[in-house]
Unconditional design. Sequence first.
Length: 131
Amino acid sequence: MDKEFPLQELLEQYPKTIGGICGFFVLVVLALLFGAWLLWGSWPRRRRAMSAARKLLDAGKWQDALEQLKITREIGTPSSSWLKAFDEFEAECIKHAAKAAIKEKDFEGALEYQMRAAKILDESEIEDLRC
């Protein structure tokens, strides 16, 4: 069996088929790489975690949302836009805490929460006292 594989003949007879097969394999590899990035990449993981925190806050669980935010901040090295989004979301959680404190008639606690939210957002504390 000294017969060599006739690669040259195959390429000459079926150039489109060979190209299609190679193209298919390239697409499969790219799809696998994209899927791995979506699963393990820091940006998609951070986005999913922020979405989960948002759902918690929308459900009225501001303490749990803050805990989720703490976990989210530890994913990778966030860009400045992510840091800003984290701070804004944290301030939003704290504002929800202030509203909850007002409902419980804990006005001093609400004031502290509002001042904390204003500090995070670098706003005037007096300006942010409106709930």
